[in-house]
Design a protein around this ligand. Structure first.
Ligand SMILES: Cc1cc2nc3c(=O)[nH]c(=O)nc-3n(C[C@H](O)[C@H](O)[C@H](O)COP(=O)(O)O)c2cc1C
Length: 197
């Protein structure tokens, strides 16, 4: 691939993502998100990419979870997509912020009833004495809300605002092709640099 300033990382992401949607057996939108604690310890887990808006990568979670606490402390995160069927990886590093309440509300109401109830019942990342406690809470919230489940304040979206992309394509003899894109200061273009594999 020829590298030049005309490469738009979001466009290229879209192209690779489309191919992943055709080829991956499940969850082509799964991405690993890494956050860092105040003490500098990284932690990583999988979430699902739900949208890309204005070049920002959006996922939804519990705002009191471990990842959300770390996000509120640092305002930074990295995500990584690995598509085994394509032998491709994309890494994005950036700043991270909550999406607006309106955006979270719209997405929340598009979820299944069970998932909306689950968002109320699960104190994500908190200790749970046993599974029955969770199932009891699910029943309680089902009774409380019926079919009209509002979005809990502790649940919503985050958007990753990219500061750097890395595209990685598997190559023969481990001579993979990697290239990094960083914003060109003063223009809306991206500088592209190939790296050794
Ligand atoms: C395929 C897959 C998709 C997942 N999607 C999400 C998601 O979109 N949002 C979420 O909060 N957790 C999701 N999870 C669960 C997270 O990996 C994680 O266990 C949870 O968010 C708690 O993380 P934390 O304690 O580090 O905050 C997913 C897990 C898997 C395996």
């Amino acid at each position: 691939m020829e590298l030049d300033r005309k490469i738009d990382p979001i466009e290229l992401f879209g192209k690779w993502f489309l191919e992943a949607k055709e080829k991956e057996i499940s969850d082509p939108n799964a991405m690993q998100i890494a956050t860092v604690s105040e003490q500098g310890y990284p932690s990583v887990r999988t979430v699902l990419l739900k949208d890309i808006t204005d070049g920002n990568f959006i996922f939804y979670t519990n705002y009191e979870s471990r990842k959300a606490k770390e996000i509120s402390q640092t305002g930074k995160a990295a995500i990584c997509f690995y598509w085994k069927s394509l032998n491709r990886q994309i890494r994005v590093v950036g700043e991270i912020k909550k999406v607006s309440q309106e955006v979270s509300d719209i997405y929340f109401q598009s979820r299944s009833l069970g998932s909306r109830i689950g968002a109320w019942a699960s104190l994500q990342s908190q200790p749970l004495d046993n599974r029955d406690t969770l199932l009891k809470k699910v029943d309680e919230f089902k009774k409380k809300f019926g079919k009209n489940v509002p979005r809990p304040e502790h649940w919503g979206g985050f958007k990753i605002i990219p500061k750097e992309f890395e595209f990685w394509q598997d190559g023969e003899f481990r001579l993979h092709d990697r290239f990094i894109l960083r914003p060109n200061i003063g223009t809306k273009l991206w500088d592209c640099q190939r790296h050794y594999p």
